[in-house]
Design a protein around this ligand. Structure first.
Ligand SMILES: [Zn+2]
Ligand SMILES: [Zn+2]
Length: 320
């Protein structure tokens, strides 16, 4: 299975600013002058080797949208943030090459940053497509209709041409989609959110975003450890630093990179991917969070196997 990130920001999409581009340019040019490299291809290769990700790339700015691709059959998507727009265009092309025109969406919840891409999701306007929207909330359809209501959006939900179905899932009741077993878990968040665990042929992905973890609640933590147990990849809401999470931003419904490492270590997870990046962070700050998280994992690893850690970026693909 391949996990493909189409949107990785939390709360609000953001764009790379001119200031950010200039900073990257300055770093790259400084490197070139100091290294005396004048051939462009050689320079790019050297930069890829030596420079930070934040100099040569960007984490991107779309809000939450993650695809789980088995390479065949129906499509599977977690959340419909603004990343659903480029995803939708890509799905049209892949369906033209013979894939069934069916998308199974799993919504963590209906906060705006997780559904705002749907009115721009091209398959929704095509009568040949079926879009099956799964979730733990009773009001999935209500929320999607509401965001396309006048006066906030020009195209009402009823004008969407695709066949759109809603499927309510319940914790404790496994669900099968396209040969994948899906489990759902309720999470602490304003209005509740749900985490998903996808298992196929012994390989396992957990998608858990917009989930606040309270260090003092041992029973709750144990429940998440069980849910994450042995996962090959956990995509985790690590929006805040630990200091933020336990001070000013307590009760804001999100979590930190430190809690992510602790839970994943206890659950013997193989790979943790930090997700739902704070929109106020620039590329350098996101990379700094990643560095600190890697360091924290090293310091706390003990005898356990190494937990691999990465930071989600728009366009990133991870094989599970
Ligand atoms: Zn969110
Ligand atoms: Zn939320």
């Amino acid at each position: 299975m391949r996990v493909r990130f189409w949107g990785t920001r939390g709360s609000l999409p953001v764009a790379l600013t001119s200031t950010g581009v200039r900073r990257k340019l300055r770093s790259a040019l400084t490197y070139a002058l100091e290294a005396g490299v004048t051939d462009v291809d050689a320079l790019l290769a050297n930069l890829d080797r030596d420079a930070d990700f934040a100099v040569t790339h960007t984490y991107g700015g779309h809000s939450a949208c993650v695809e789980l691709d088995t390479g065949a059959g129906e499509f599977i998507v977690c959340d419909l943030g603004s990343g659903a727009r480029p995803l939708g265009n890509d799905l049209l092309q892949r369906a033209a090459a013979g894939r069934p025109r069916i998308v199974n969406v799993f919504l963590s919840h209906v906060h705006w940053d997780h559904i705002m891409g749907f009115p721009f999701f091209a398959p929704a306007y095509d009568p040949d497509w079926t879009i099956r929207i799964h979730g733990g909330h009773a009001e999935l359809e209500h929320a999607l209709r509401l965001q396309q209501s006048a006066p906030c959006f020009p195209v009402p939900f009823d004008r969407l041409a695709a066949r759109i179905e809603f499927v309510r899932l319940e914790p404790g009741v496994p669900h099968m989609t396209n040969g994948i077993e899906v489990a759902i878990k309720k999470q602490r968040h304003s209005g509740d959110s749900y985490g998903y665990r996808f298992t196929r042929s012994g390989r396992r992905l957990v998608y858990t975003t917009d989930s606040e973890h309270r260090p003092e609640d041992a029973e709750e933590a144990a429940g998440f450890v069980e849910f994450f147990r042995g996962a090959d990849l956990v995509v985790f809401d690590a929006m805040y630093s630990l200091l933020d999470a336990i001070s000013v931003k307590e009760d804001w419904g999100h979590s930190s990179n430190i809690v992510a490492v602790e839970l994943c270590q206890r659950a013997a997870v193989k790979h943790l991917c930090l997700f739902h990046h704070e929109p106020a962070y620039d590329d350098e700050q996101i990379e700094q969070v990643l560095r600190e998280t890697v360091r924290f994992e090293e310091l706390t690893r003990g005898e356990a196997a190494r937990l691999m850690i990465s930071s989600a970026s728009d366009g990133l693909e991870i094989d599970v």
